[in-house]
Design a protein around this ligand. Structure first.
Ligand code: AGP
Length: 604
C-alpha cells in the first residue's frame, strides 16, 4: 500500500513530510520521495529502499519559510522499485503523488506520447501530471485543469498535485484509496493516507469520500463532490494513539488485513479483466510456449493457494499441473524437464526453501514465474516473469490477504491460460470473469457473521483437536483454515480431504474432537455432507459452514447463497480466518506475533 503526505504552512516542510512518511512505513514500501515548492522554486528528492536513504539525500535541504510540499512511499504495482518510478512524478512545472491504480493509464499515456510528451517512468501515476499539464494549456484555471484531469481518470486514486503557477495551493482528489486532510489553529493544512502522520499536528480531520476533489490554500479548504458541487468538510477529532491508528482502529493487524481483503482484491483485479479475457500485461505469452506441465512450489499458506490452483489450472486450462512443498522438493533429487513451467508462490519473496527451489529450476533450464506480493524481492529479481498480487504490506504473521490475493491471481491465471489454449469457450471465460468481479463483495466481513463467530468461539477453546475437512478446492481451504488456527491459537488442527475420514482419522471421532466442515452448495455437496454425517454419527462435534442449513451439525455458520463454488470458497475463507482470530483472542494469545513464528522464514 503506498503512503501519501502533504503539507502547507510556515513550518519546516521537509521535516514534516519525512516525519509523515516515517509514520506510514508500516504500510510497506520500496521507495520514497518528496517535492517542495517555496519562493517559486521546486526541490524534489527520491530514493529507493528505506527512508534513511531519502533523509540522506535531503540532509542539506532546508525549508524555513512558507511552502507547500507532497511526499510518497511507494509499494510497486506498475514498474520496478527504481528512483525513476518513485513518486513524486514531474511534468514540466508540476509534481504529483498517487496511491491506487489508474486503470486507463495505458490509453492516456499512448495519447500523450503521440502528442510529444516524454515519460520518464513505467508507472501509471505519471499520466496524471502530464494530463494535468495538457489540460492546463486550455483551461481557465489550474483548478479547472485539475478538475478535468480527475474526470478523465478511471480506477482507484488518492492523489495530491502541486504546480509552480499556484504557490499556495495543493490540489487533491480521492476515489477508492484512503486520504484525509487535517487543520489546526495555525492555518496549516496536512494530508495523509491515514491518521498517524497527522497525530500531534492537527486538531481536526476530514476523511475524504470517494469522488471528493478540491484544493487547499492557507485560508481555504475547498471540497467538491463527484458531481462538482461544493460541500462542507465534516471534521472530527483525531485519535491520539498511533499504534491504534496504524491498525485503523482494529484490535490487530491480522483483523485489519482480513477486513482489507475486499479492497486489496479489487486492486488485484484492476486492469486485468476484460469482458471475456484476462490480461496480464506483465506476462509475455511466449512464456507458455512449449509448456506441457506447470509445477507449483511453495511453503505454508502459499502452498495452500498453490494447491487450490492445481484444481483450477487442470479444470479450466486443461494443463497438467503438479505441486511441491519447497522444503521437500529441495532434497528429493527431482526430475525436471524443460517443458515444465516452474511457478513459485511467496508473499515475501524471500522464503529460503522456496527461493532455493527457484534456483534449482533455473539451473535446470526451466522457465520460471513467481507469484509474489513484494516487488524487488529475491524471487522477483530471479524469476523469468512475475505477477504481483498487490495485497499491500501484510503485518500479521498469519497470512490472510496475501492468501486471498494469491487465489484470486491463480483463478485469473487459469482463465488466462484457458484463453491462450482455447481450452474454455469464450462464454464460460466471460461467466467466470463476471464471478471474479464479485469476489471483493464476497469477502466483505459482515458484522452479524463476525459477532456470531465471536460468540461461538467460546465453545472451541479446548478439546483434543480439530479436523478441518473439505473436498476439491475446499481441501486446500481446509488446510489453510487448520493452519490459521494452529498458528495463532496453538490448538492442534489438521486439514483433511473429507473423503479421507473413513481411512483412519475417523477413529478419533468423539465429542471432544471438533470438525469444521466446509459444505459448498455448488461442489460435491452430497458427497461432503455424507462424510460429515459419518463423523456426526460417531458423536464428533461438528461445526458446519455452508449456505444450506445442516441439521446434523452442533454449530452452523451460514454463508450467503452464492452463484458458484469459487464465491463460496472466498466466503468460507473469511469465516475460517475470523474463527481462528476470535479463538486466539479468547485464549489471550498475541494474534499478530504468534510464538515461535516469523513473518518471513529466510532460513532453512
Ligand atoms: C502463513 O500464515 C504462515 N505465516 C506461513 O506458512 C507462510 O505462508 C510461509 O512461511 C510462506 O511464506 P511466503 O508466502 O512469504 O513464502
Amino acid at each position: 500500500m503506498c503512503g501519501i503526505v502533504g503539507y502547507l504552512g510556515e513550518k519546516n516542510s521537509k521535516e514534516i513530510l519525512l516525519g509523515g512518511l516515517k509514520e506510514l512505513e508500516y504500510r510497506g514500501y520500496d521507495s520514497a520521495g518528496i517535492a517542495v515548492l517555496q519562493d517559486g522554486q521546486f526541490d524534489s528528492f527520491k530514493a529507493i529502499g528505506k527512508l534513511v536513504n531519502l533523509e540522506e539525500k535531503t540532509k542539506d535541504f532546508v525549508t524555513d519559510k512558507f511552502s507547500i510540499g507532497i511526499g510518497h512511499t511507494r509499494w510497486a504495482t506498475h514498474g520496478k522499485p527504481t528512483e525513476l518510478n518513485a513518486h513524486p512524478h514531474l511534468g514540466s512545472e508540476s509534481y504529483v503523488v498517487h496511491n491506487g491504480i489508474i486503470e486507463n493509464y495505458a490509453e492516456l499515456k499512448k495519447e500523450l506520447i503521440a502528442e510529444g510528451v516524454t515519460f520518464l517512468s513505467q508507472t501509471d501515476t505519471e499520466v496524471i501530471v502530464h494530463q494535468f499539464e495538457k489540460n492546463l494549456k486550455t483551461a481557465n484555471s489550474a483548478f479547472d485543469a485539475f478538475k478535468t484531469t480527475i474526470s478523465q481518470l478511471e480506477g482507484a486514486y488518492a492523489t495530491l498535485l502541486v504546480t509552480k503557477g499556484e504557490e499556495e495551493t495543493i490540489f487533491f482528489a480521492k476515489h477508492g484509496s484512503p486520504m484525509l486532510v487535517g487543520i489546526n489553529a495555525e492555518n496549516e493544512k496536512y494530508f495523509a493516507s491515514s491518521d498517524t502522520p497527522l497525530i500531534g499536528h492537527c486538531s481536526d480531520v476530514n476523511y475524504f469520500e470517494d469522488g471528493d476533489f478540491g484544493y487547499v490554500t492557507p485560508d481555504e479548504l475547498a471540497i467538491f463532490d463527484v458531481t462538482g458541487v461544493k460541500k462542507e468538510p465534516v471534521f472530527q477529532k483525531l485519535s491520539t494513539n498511533k499504534l491504534s491508528a496504524q491498525k485503523d482502529g482494529f484490535r490487530f493487524f491480522m483483523e485489519k488485513e482480513i477486513y482489507e481483503q475486499s479492497t486489496v482484491i479489487a486492486d488485484t483485479l484492476i486492469g486485468r479483466l476484460c469482458d471475456a479475457e484476462v490480461l496480464f500485461d506483465e506476462l509475455d505469452p511466449t512464456l507458455f510456449d512449449g509448456i506441457n506441465e506447470i509445477k507449483l512450489c511453495a511453503c505454508g499458506t502459499s502452498y495452500h493457494s498453490a494447491l487450490t490452483a492445481t484444481y483450477l489450472f487442470e479444470r479450466h486450462a486443461k494443463v497438467k499441473t503438479s505441486i511441491e512443498v519447497a522444503s521437500e522438493f529441495r532434497y528429493r533429487d527431482p526430475i525436471m524437464t524443460k517443458d515444465t513451467l516452474f511457478v513459485v508462490i511467496s508473499q515475501s519473496g524471500e522464503t529460503a526453501d522456496t527461493l532455493e527451489t527457484l534456483k534449482m529450476a533455473k539451473a535446470a533450464g526451466l522457465k520460471t514465474l513467481v507469484i509474489c506480493n513484494v516487488d524487488n524481492s529475491s524471487m522477483v529479481r530471479l524469476a523469468d516473469a512475475c505477477i504481483l498480487t498487490r495485497a499491500g504490506v501484510e503485518k500479521g504473521v498469519a497470512s490472510t490477504k496475501a492468501f486471498a490475493t494469491q487465489v484470486t491471481v491463480f483463478w485469473m491465471m487459469s482463465l488466462y491460460l484457458a484463453g491462450l489454449k482455447k481450452a474454455l469457450p469464450q462464454e464460460e471465460i466471460a461467466r467466470q470473469i463476471a464471478l471474479l468481479r464479485e469476489v471483493p463483495a464476497s469477502v466483505k466481513v459482515e458484522d452479524e457473521m463476525h459477532e456470531k463467530i465471536k460468540r461461538l468461539s467460546k465453545r472451541y477453546l479446548h478439546g483434543h483437536g480439530f479436523f478441518f475437512i473439505g473436498r476439491d478446492v475446499f481441501y486446500p481451504l481446509a488446510l489453510e483454515g487448520a493452519l490459521k488456527l494452529k498458528e495463532i491459537s496453538y490448538l492442534h488442527a489438521e486439514g483433511y480431504p473429507s473423503g479421507e475420514m473413513k481411512h483412519g482419522p475417523i477413529a478419533l471421532a468423539d465429542p471432544e474432537l471438533f470438525t469444521i466442515a466446509l459444505l459448498p452448495q455448488h461442489l460435491l455437496y452430497e458427497k461432503a455432507k455424507s462424510n460429515v454425517e459419518e463423523l456426526s454419527a460417531r458423536d464428533s462435534t461438528i461445526c458446519a459452514i455452508s449456505s444450506i442449513a445442516f441439521d446434523k451439525a452442533d454449530d452452523f455458520i451460514p454463508i450467503n447463497e452464492c452463484k458458484d463454488y469459487m464465491l463460496e470458497f472466498f466466503e468460507m475463507m473469511v469465516v475460517l480466518q475470523v474463527l481462528s482470530l476470535e479463538i486466539s483472542v479468547r485464549l489471550g494469545n498475541d494474534v499478530d506475533m504468534p510464538r515461535n513464528l516469523a513473518k518471513s522464514v529466510t532460513v532453512e
